[in-house]
Design a protein around this ligand. Structure first.
Ligand code: CA
Length: 504
């Protein structure tokens, strides 16, 4: 009898061990996720999106081996708000970060909390740019605020750590070190690899300083936009190539935190051009053209730094064998004006600023070289990360998982329009608060503090130079878009949300 009991107990133990092993097996098979997130990297500076101005071989490799989303849009085109949307899957008025000045409440639900609860190891390395620490991650090393281009200081759970070097390289070194030496290999991981670059003031790294020295970068067709055909909002903005660069932006001065060697190296790289510029005493359009070249070359050098460093990470994934079970995603917190409309910066619902890069490589699931044209948003990232990990998506997230699209299936009820809202006014660059709706073909924008409207037919006017809001031919389209805007506002609970104090 006693022997029988022992036998029974033993078999229970064996069964439990098997179950445990099976569970570990399932855990081990869950894909890792590396989320590469640049800052202000516009799609028109990515080879795979058809850039006319640069090459990005490593980002392009991801597109060749994965899926490129042609219509990914931000909900609120500015740094901190975009990041808060990515974390929560909720619009700004619900996650509390409407402007760069708002603090992110790290106690609120994020996909990171949920992944962690499901047994994922989570890490964030690089730019964070939210006014609270990323305490929901298991591991974090994040820049303080915007962070500098050289010799970055990182906030960590152990205090502040300074690393000498070029920030894009330093962040990548930390990423490779975490992958190889620090992570818990028994768990699947989510790693946010987040760059400062190519954010203003566009200071290139040592390996990119000499790029484009002998070439002229093509100008955008709207570099000399006169802003006719739109509301007054566009004329009042202070982000023009012509008038609103600082000496730091133009490299006439350099940041204070450089070492002597770094300062000398950078000054040397610009010396000849700066001397030629002083001799030439340019004016008018010639001066704008010169500033555009200085700006865009530095921007593209910063992009090249990201691309070359991404190459190091992709190579590591190949060599370590992680490549097979790791989803790699490339994106940026919003788009950017690359001289388009005579501007730099973002904030607007106009295409260059609204559109985000989104490229996803997932061996065995995503068909290599595929392209998706559906309307997707940063609002969808959190539910997508959860879905990839097999974690249930909370019903209060407002985005939708991209997993079916990644598998090449299009749900019949996929969204036909997106909602946009920008709140940061009055503020730097003087971009009016606005909200709007974009469909595959049209875009309606309301500058609600001044009650001015714009309507663009993107098929006929892809550069958004002529609003047809007053055009009677578009009366029907206009009323449909008005109704759609109201429907989306109700759907997302916009009027129940917060609005920063309205200026008098
Ligand atoms: Ca940004």
């Amino acid at each position: 009898m006693r022997g029988f009991l022992w036998l029974a107990l033993l078999s229970i133990l064996v069964i439990q061990c098997d179950l445990l092993q099976a569970k570990e097996q399932v855990a081990a098979n869950r894909p890792n996720i590396i989320f590469v997130f640049a800052d202000d990297h516009a799609t028109h500076a990515i080879g795979a999106y058809g850039s006319r101005i640069n090459q990005t071989p490593n980002i392009d490799r991801l597109a060749r081996e994965g899926m490129l989303f042609r219509n990914c849009f931000v909900t609120n085109s500015i740094c901190a708000p975009s990041r808060a949307v990515v974390l929560t899957g909720k619009h700004s008025h619900l996650n509390g970060v409407l402007t760069n000045g708002d603090r992110f409440d790290p106690e609120q639900q994020t996909f990171v909390h949920l992944l962690r609860k499901a047994g994922y190891q989570t890490a964030v390395i690089g730019k964070w740019h939210l006014q609270s620490d990323p305490v929901m991650f298991d591991y974090w090393r994040v820049l303080i605020g915007q962070g500098p281009y050289y010799n970055p200081r990182f906030r960590t759970p152990e205090g502040i750590v300074t690393v000498e070097g070029y920030t894009t390289d330093v962040i990548t070194d930390l990423v490779l070190d975490w992958l190889e030496n620090t992570r818990d290999r028994s768990k699947p991981f989510f790693l946010a690899y987040q760059h400062k670059a190519p954010h203003r003031e566009w200071l290139p790294g040592p390996h990119q300083l000499q790029l484009y020295r002998e070439e002229m970068i093509p100008e955008p067709t709207t570099l000399f936009d006169d802003y006719k055909g739109r509301t007054t909002a566009a004329t009042k903005t202070t982000m023009t190539i012509a008038n609103h660069f600082s000496d730091l932006d133009l490299k006439f001065t350099l940041p204070k935190n450089l070492t002597d060697v770094q300062r000398e190296m950078i000054e040397e790289a610009y010396r000849e051009e700066n001397e030629a510029f002083r001799r030439a005493a340019l004016q008018g359009e010639d001066l704008v053209r010169w500033k555009y070249q200085r700006y865009i070359k530095d921007y593209l050098r910063c992009v090249a730094g990201i691309d070359q460093n991404l190459g190091r990470v992709l190579e590591y994934l190949d060599k370590s064998g992680l490549v097979q079970n790791t989803v790699v995603i490339y994106s940026s917190d919003q788009g950017f004006f690359l001289g388009d409309h005579g501007w730099y910066d973002k904030r607007w619902m106009y295409e260059e600023s609204l559109r985000m890069p989104l490229i996803v490589r997932w061996p065995g699931v995503v068909k290599p070289g595929s392209v998706n044209w559906d309307l997707v948003q940063n609002l969808d990232f959190a539910p997508t990360f959860l879905d990839i990990a097999g974690v249930e998506i909370p019903s209060d997230m407002q985005g939708r998982s991209l997993l079916p699209l990644l598998r090449g299936e299009r749900p019949h009820d996929w969204r036909q329009s997106i909602y946009y809202r920008y709140y940061e006014y009055p503020a730097v660059h003087d971009v009016q608060r606005h909200e709007g709706v974009r469909t595959a073909r049209y875009k309606l924008i309301h500058y609600y503090l001044i009650d001015e409207w714009e309507l663009f037919d993107l098929e006929k006017d892809p550069d958004e130079l002529r609003s047809v809001y007053e055009d009677p031919q578009y009366a029907e389209v206009k009323s449909q878009l008005m109704a759609e805007l109201n429907r989306l506002k109700t759907l997302f609970g916009v009027d129940q949300g917060r609005e920063p104090p309205i200026p008098k």
